[in-house]
Design a protein. Sequence first.
Length: 401
Amino acid sequence: MGKIRNKSGINRVIWIVLDSVGIGETPDSKDFGDVGVDTLGHTWEANNGLKIPNLLKLGLGNIDGANLKRLEDKDIIGAYGKLQEKSAGKDTTIGHWEMAGIYSPNPFPTFPNGFNDEINNEIIKRAKLPGILCNEPASGTEVINRLGDEHVKTGKPIIYTSADSVYQIAAHEDVISVKRLYEICEIAREVLQGDVAVARVIARPFVGTSGNYIRTSNRHDFSLVPTKDNILNRLRDDLGLDVLAVGKIEDIFAKEGISRAVHTKDNMDGVDKTLDYMREDNQGLIYTNLVEFDSAWGHRRDAKAYGKGLEDFDSRLPEIFSAMREDDMLVITADHGCDPTYSGTDHTREYVPVLMYGKALKENVNLHTGTSYADIAQTIADIFNTRPTLIGNSRLGEILK
């Protein structure tokens, strides 16, 4: 592919979302029931510090208000700051949509008491199910071990939700095949529209035997379809650039604006798949979500494992740096918080870090606090000289050499 000509000298953005890695409470955190939350700071404290030298070199510890180790200016190679969410939510979909330039003024519906009979009966009817189990907020790992045996015996899928706007369907792969589970989720997605339009219907397949059920990597999210007025569609449809999705990005955007996609087993597989795309001759955007911070450690309130996950990601950053071209820019951010030391198991309303690095960028630039996650989308729009997104402020003028 021939290189585009633009004022920035940047032809490709590698955008990595560390799912749930927030960096402290926002002025409105209390409105979401989150007082004193700080995913990164509390994880650092719980582990008596973290071995994350590469993230610190990018400026993570020097972000305003960060409760981490600060480096001297001469040792920082990136631009760094934090972003406050403008939209009314603290979930994966709203967070990713906003960073792509979509404002969501109203939260998606949640079901703290489970789903009403009208919803469930319609899904049971259309999907020809023998019935359902659970229908209440629950931990995914706990609920399959509590109800797995009954599911295997009856063939009834396990339906559960959380504080997020989700309708989750768990089933043993030997009882309900993955293909059949996806079909049931598609039917649920058709039913859950309008006033009951949850952000995501999620297939949660599992395997194993009584007392030892484990979820598999065949999870699949069936999201609401976002507006095309976002940076992904700008790049793919308006400019004909590559938009390459890694992990659950394709699901979050319901394939809107995506050129090609690959799903992943875990964080390290996500890094591997990102590197595979980086080694190709493409231009535009590589957009990655690393979900284990959220799904495996944040929701389960495992601060030790969360810290180890951050160290493992940090250890892969030299590979990412080495694979970067002269005309690449790396962006590392998050979509919300999920403080592993906080009460409950839900996401937490927090600022998210934003780190930017590349040969075309200045070193040691403090971006301070942005008022929308969409600063990322607007900066990318500015890089490629395409139509601006409806929200967000470009930071290109502050970071470009």
